[in-house]
Ligand binder design. Sequence first.
Ligand code: FPP
Length: 246
Amino acid sequence: MFFWKKRKDSGIDMNNLPRHIGVIMDGNGRWAKKRGLPRSAGHSAGAESLKKIVTEANNLGIGYITVYAFSTENWKRPKAEVDFLMNLLLDYLRDAERSLAGENVRIRAIGSRNELSEEIREQIAKTEAMTKDRTGIVMNIALNYGSREELVNAAKKLCEKAVAGEVVPDDLTEQDIENELYTAGQPEVDLLIRTSGEQRLSNFMLWQVSYAEMVFVEKAWPDFKPKDLHECIRIFQHRGRRFGGV
Ligand code: FPP
């Protein structure tokens, strides 16, 4: 009863929800700096924010959410910050088995795993296995993810298939490429949200956002609340999507 009221009051059209939301969680560092805190405090606050947003997206009935947690370029950051982020991710994955259980969230990691520590790779495999039969929202954590890397990887796989005679280059379709992406089988991103005022894609899901509505929010990620998610969805619902038609 409470949920219905909440949804009704939120002004969201429950029949026109984005199937897949992508989120570039930007601004943790600036959030912390403004408060005289270390950047790590911003990332911790960002992780808390993330839990609330995933819970809310699941309550709303969103099918898929992909969050940009660590890009292939983020290794350039100071080692202490990289280590902190990796530990935060480990905690998040461990915690997700318990705390997101009630929420019925399925967790998957997307990105290249080779460069990750064995500890993280094992935890990813464990969390994915433990959450795979859940029926709620699918949460893709983009970790050591880069869209160009993903596309190169897809090209390599298709070349291998061509060499093995399994595909004919001339017959390749968009679907063949999609089938090789980390998000194979998932709907394309309908709504892309980036916080903290920046308006760029930063190598995030270039293929999957081809027709996404983009919403750029001024707030830093740790300040992004469920009501802000509602606002982004309302903005999405007021856009006229034509997919190249008229
Ligand atoms: C961008 O802010 C944020 C990141 C590079 C990391 C995102 C990570 C989290 C939100 C928390 C951890 C995630 C999980 C899944 C546990 P920035 O550091 O670039 O901020 P700035 O642009 O203000 O410096």
